[in-house]
Design a protein around this ligand. Sequence first.
Ligand code: NAP
Length: 254
Amino acid sequence: MTECKIDYQAPQDLLKDRILLVTGAGDGIGRTAAIEYARRGATVILLGRTTAKLEKVYDEIEAAGGPQPAIFPLNFEGATLKDYHDMAEALDKEFGRLDGILHNAGQLGRITPFEQYNPELWDQVMQVNINGPIWMTQALLPLLTKSADASVIFTSSSVGRKGRAYWGAYSVSKFATEGFAQVLAEEIDHLGTLRINTLNPGATRTAMRKSAYPGEDPMSLRTAEDIMPTYLWLMGPDSKGRNGEAFDAQPPRS
Ligand SMILES: NC(=O)c1ccc[n+]([C@@H]2O[C@H](COP(=O)([O-])OP(=O)(O)OC[C@H]3O[C@@H](n4cnc5c(N)ncnc54)[C@H](OP(=O)(O)O)[C@@H]3O)[C@@H](O)[C@H]2O)c1
C-alpha cells in the first residue's frame, strides 16, 4: 500500500487565494472535493459535462460563504484541442495562473470479459479518463508554471496499480494515468514549483461504485467526505516537494 493521509487535519485557510480546477465537479468525489477546497479558501473552477449539477455546487459554495467559484461546462467525450486552448486562454484572462488541478472526471465503461468489450466504448473510456485530461493538462501547463506552488492530482484506482479481470478500458486507462503522471512529474521536477501525483480514492460511496458493485451495501463504504483529508493534503502546501508519487486516500478495507 502507498502512503495515505486520512488523519491529516487541514487548517481552515489551507487553500486561501489558490485558484483550483476540479474536473467532474458536479457529482461524487469531485463535487465533495470542490466544496471542501472552497471551504478552505480556494477559488474553484467547476468543470463537468452537466451544467445543472455544476450550478448546484456553485450555489452550495456561495451559500456557505466561500470564494465565488466559476463554472466551466466541458464534455471530455467530444472536447477538442481547441477547446482546451480556448479554456487556457479564458482562465489566463480571468485568473492569470492556476495553482492546481484535481483530475477527477471518469467513466467506468463496462465490467465484462475483454472478448466481449465494445471497441467504441473502449475508446470512449480512454478519451474521458486519459486522453482528454492529458491534452487539457498540456494546454494548462503555462498557467500552472505561473504559480509559486501548483499541485496536479490525477485520480487513479486500485485497478490502475494491479490489473483485475473484466475491468477492461477502465483499468487500462488508470494504468496509463499512473504512467503519464510519472513521465510528466520527471519532466517538470527541476521547476520546484509544480508537482504531479496520483491519488487512489479507494472504495467510496458514489454512483460509479454502485454501478461497479450493485449488490454491495453502500453503508459499508466510506463517503467522499471521509476521504477528503488526503485530497486536501495533496492539494495544499503541506505536500510541497512530493512529486511523481502514488497516494491512497484511505487504508485498504479489511
Ligand atoms: N468511487 C469509487 O469507489 C472510486 C474508486 C476508485 C477510483 N475512483 C475514481 O474517482 C473519480 C471520481 O469517481 P466517482 O466515484 O465520484 O464517480 P461519479 O460519481 O460517477 O462521478 C464522476 C464525475 O465525472 C464526470 N464525468 C463523467 N464523464 C464525463 C465527461 N465525459 N466529461 C466530463 N465529466 C465527466 C461526471 O459528470 P456527470 O455527473 O455530469 O455525469 C461526474 O461528475 C473517477 O476518476 C473514478 O475513476 C472512484
